[in-house]
Design a protein around this ligand. Structure first.
Ligand code: B3K
Ligand code: ZN
Length: 872
């Protein structure tokens, strides 16, 4: 296979100044005319080699003269033209088939609407082009379509002309004044409804905001529109960045390979991240919409105005933009709850990637298919790396750095090095060693110990860092990272911290810097044995190893001034207890729930002062997938049984307090997206997860909540309990839910997921039946993820069934899907890549499926790359 290496990067042989596109949409195929104004880049005699895939050539002309067959060469991936002058105009016309485009890359149709997805390399499926991000051109796009079926025809920038042509057809021309790479091109045409609003920028410009949706969805756009306006104001306030066009458009489509796309002035979204009202979307959906709308908007500066030189720089725009959307959501809602959710996601998706066969640095050094590198590492770990820079430089220093970055590089295609250099130069800082984060893969372990010396009142903190080997990187160098710590006194307050040799002390969190393989910090004037709170706010993306007694963890759950670490203490205590129980079960000892866990959670339940959402997170035991990360060899059944045992035992012990809190939250919550109601629902549902385990009141509580149909958040939480149960009402409830929402695809996705993730012995049989349900289709990525993706990644007991039937089912669907949509198929392979973590029998079964996938003839390079690397 063709491996692309970062070290082979060369500047483009030609630049494109201007592009004129003429897209004639039709039912029997679409004709794309293109006129490229080219300039030779430097002195050389090399030919022009344009990218192009799946295009049927209709005509080609150079500098106004039609080219004879011998003057150009065409193959499956390129068009080569020799003999260009220093400046040239190349015109081509081709035919493409959007209706047959099931890969959803390039120009395709979703429910009849024409739409595009060009990142990373989809533009070459529309016309021949230098389809690489360092070629930035001005685009002028004319779309011709049917007046009845495509009354709305959109592209980047501003509409500058339009007209009709007879035959019930019309045309519109769009012009984008900002030079951009082809991956930011977009075109949409269809019969869509529009919801409009406007935003006045701080310099007083009026920007029209338009959200286009399928008819009937107009009443579900309010939340996305509010999020957009908040994001626009926030970027002005926090980063000094103003929007730059007169129109900002979002189009929501049903069939989309990922979340959304930041095309210049015309974002295209998966409908899941736009459409919501409390009756149809959960609070998690509402949060997701707010953050994805903001994320795509923020790309306008971090990604579009300053873009990537090549795809190895992907984290330049993605890590930074994820960090910005995380900051935004933290500002809009509870910062601690947001931080916890982000860390949970990092641990669930990125840590396994970093510890498995697909480990790669946030700046990969090579790839076969770039679409495979839109990973949790590039995005989420990339965001953690930016967050560390932010921590090291401080809020003001980071802002100075970002200002300099925009000032230096506006309108350019740059590298991560340019970003780090701007941060350094603006702050006179040295990020030399810090740069290793960009090129070194693997999750560092921080092995910590603390020694209190009562005689001289000092506390010695020792931190050793060690990064495990990853494929191709056997040796790791020490990393530079911020390490936020606090020491808590017996009264629960943070002690003033003074390191030996310093003159004054400050209370609260202290950000230490780690650079060496081993660092020691001696805190002085510590009057009593403190309780250490390490890695506050998760100040670096590492695994912390610090043996802290259970009493200290319970103490921190109640007193840590850092809310993230209050939650983290709860997680650690729960991990300790549950993993102890796993060991008991494996040794055949009876399971007994330690009193102290119930007491610590009881104390949390009684905490009326804390954010209910934080309490919900503290009360929720680590999931099976998280617990598994702590086992040498994952024991799927033991983890499952022990967790179920603990939930039930806790429910019995805390019954009255759970019920009281449940009722109070239920009374406090109002339908709608307000922080207090969302937090109340969060805690209500965390209590329900326990209560539903109780034989007497569990069933009635869950059923009552389901039947009340107050908000989708409550309905789904109840239905999840019902779907996992053996209650006689189970089938009826599932049938009833389906009947109520059969015409609402985003809700039906939830119906599939709730069954795919149910912890039941017969789940695989249900999932097999669901895969044959009339509502199931491999053609819709959301539906695929709702059933197959959820089953493989969020139902460990069913996916890892000992007989291998779960593996067989998923591998078979990956192969079926690969024929139509390689990008989505490749993403389903990840769980198989974790095979080393399981027992011998499962290892062999997982490996056999990977081998089966790799040996399939005609496999896409997407699936081939991930599956074959997963075998290592
Ligand atoms: N930039 C897009 C992702 C494109 C994925 C291409 N396979 C969405 C985002 O990160 O904002
Ligand atoms: Zn992004």
């Amino acid at each position: 296979p063709d491996v692309i290496h970062l070290e082979d990067y060369r500047v483009p042989d030609f630049l494109i100044e201007h592009v004129e596109l003429h897209v004639d949409l039709g039912d029997g195929g679409t004709r794309v005319g293109s006129r490229l104004t080219l300039r030779r880049n430097g002195e050389h005699g090399r030919p022009l080699v344009l990218h192009g895939e799946g295009l049927e050539l209709l005509s080609i002309a150079l500098d106004g003269k039609s080219l004879a067959a011998g003057r150009y060469r065409l193959d499956d991936e390129t068009l080569t033209v020799e003999g260009l002058g220093a400046e040239a105009v190349l015109e081509t016309e081709c035919r493409i088939d959007p209706d047959g485009n099931t890969a959803l890359e390039g120009l395709y149709r979703s429910n009849g609407t024409f739409c595009t997805q060009c990142e990373a390399e989809g533009f070459r499926k529309i016309t021949w082009y230098l389809d690489r991000p360092d070629v930035m051109a001005r685009f002028r796009t004319t779309i011709v379509g049917d007046r009845t079926t495509q009354p709305v025809m959109l592209s980047n920038g501003n509409p500058v002309a339009s007209g009709t042509t007879g035959d019930n057809r019309h045309w519109v021309t769009w012009e984008d004044p900002f030079p951009k790479p082809s991956y930011l091109f977009a075109l949409v045409a269809g019969d869509l409804a529009v919801v409009e609003d406007s935003f006045t920028t701080r310099s007083g410009r009026e920007v029209a905001l338009r959200i286009y949706v399928e008819h009937g969805n107009e009443d579900r756009c309010g939340h996305a529109m509010t999020a957009l306006k908040h994001a626009m104001a926030w970027d002005e306030r926090v980063y000094g960045r103003e929007y730059d066009l007169d129109i900002f458009m979002i189009v929501a489509v049903s069939d989309f390979n990922m979340g959304a796309m930041e095309n210049k002035g015309l974002n295209v979204f998966n409908a899941k991240y736009i459409l919501a009202k409390p009756e149809t979307a959960t609070d998690v959906d509402f949060d997701g919409i707010e953050s994805v709308v903001a994320h795509e908007y923020f790309h306008n500066w971090t990604g579009n105005r300053v873009t990537c030189r090549d795809w190895f720089q992907l984290t330049l725009k993605e890590g930074l933009t994820v960090f910005r959307d995380q900051q935004f959501s933290a500002d809009m809602n509870s910062a601690a709850v947001k931080r916890i959710a982000d860390v949970q996601r990092l641990r669930a998706a990125q840590f396994p990637e970093d510890g498995g066969p697909l480990a790669h640095p946030i700046q990969p050094q090579s790839y076969i298919e770039i679409n495979n590198f839109y990973t949790a590492t590039v995005y989420e770990k990339g965001a953690e790396v930016i967050r560390m820079i932010h921590r090291l430089l401080g809020t003001d220093g980071f802002r100075k750095g970002s200002d300099l970055y925009f000032e230096r590089h506006d309108g350019q295609a740059v590298t991560t090095e340019d970003f780090v250099a701007a941060m350094e130069d603006a702050n006179d800082a040295d990020l030399g060693q810090f740069r290793r984060w960009y090129v070194q893969a693997g999750t560092p372990r921080l092995i910590c110990s603390g020694d209190y010396d009562a005689a001289d009142g000092s506390y010695l903190l020792t931190v050793r860092q060690e990064t495990p080997a990853t494929p191709g990187q056997p040796e790791k160098a020490p990393l530079h990272m911020p390490f936020a710590v606090g020491l808590i006194g017996r009264d629960g307050a943070d002690l003033p911290l003074r390191l030996a040799g310093e003159n004054s002390a400050e209370a609260g969190t202290r950000v230490l810097q780690l650079r060496e393989a081993e660092s020691r910090f001696r805190f002085v004037d510590i009057p009593e044995r403190p309780v250490a709170s390490l890695l506050r706010g998760f100040s670096a993306p590492v695994r912390l190893e610090f043996a802290q007694p259970a009493e200290d963890l319970a103490f921190r759950m109640a007193h840590d001034s850092d809310d993230f670490n209050r939650w983290e203490a709860a997680q650690e205590l729960q991990n300790k207890v549950l993993l102890g129980l796993v060991a008991d079960r494996r040794a055949g000892r009876p399971l007994v729930l330690p009193d102290m866990l119930a007491e610590a959670l009881g104390t949390a339940l009684d905490d009326d002062g804390a954010d209910p959402s934080l309490l919900a997170l503290m009360l929720t035991l680590p999931g099976e997938v998280m617990l598994a990360q702590h086992m040498e060899v994952i024991d799927v059944e033991a983890i499952h049984d022990v967790r179920e045992f603990a939930v039930k035992a806790l429910a019995e012990r805390l019954r009255d307090r759970l019920l009281a809190r449940y009722r109070a939250c239920h009374a406090a919550a109002r339908p709608g997206f307000d922080g207090a109601s969302m937090a109340a629902r969060h805690l209500q549902n965390a209590c329900l997860a326990y209560l539903s385990q109780l034989d007497d009141i569990g069933r009635e509580t869950a059923l009552a909540q389901y039947r009340e149909r107050r908000t989708m958040t409550e309905t789904m939480a109840a239905l999840a309990r019902i779907a996992a149960s053996d209650w006689p009402e189970r089938d009826e409830a599932l049938a009833d839910f389906h009947a109520a929402w059969r015409n609402d695809p985003l809700v039906i996705d939830k119906w599939f997921t709730v069954q795919a993730t149910a912890a039941r012995a017969d789940t695989l049989e249900h999932v097999l039946a669901l895969a044959g349900h009339e509502d199931f289709t491999l053609r819709n990525p959301n539906r695929v993820r709702a059933l197959i993706g959820a089953f493989a990644s969020a139902n460990p007991t069913a996916f890892h069934r000992a007989d291998g039937a779960g593996y067989d089912f998923v591998a078979e669907r990956i192969l079926a899907l690969d024929a139509s949509n390689p990008q989505v198929a490749a993403r389903l392979i990840a769980p198989f890549g974790q095979w080393r973590r399981y027992d011998k029998a499962r290892q062999e079964r997982m490996l056999n499926q990977l081998k089966r996938i790799v040996s399939q003839p005609g496999l896409s390079k997407d699936v081939r790359e991930v599956a074959s690397k997963s075998l290592n």
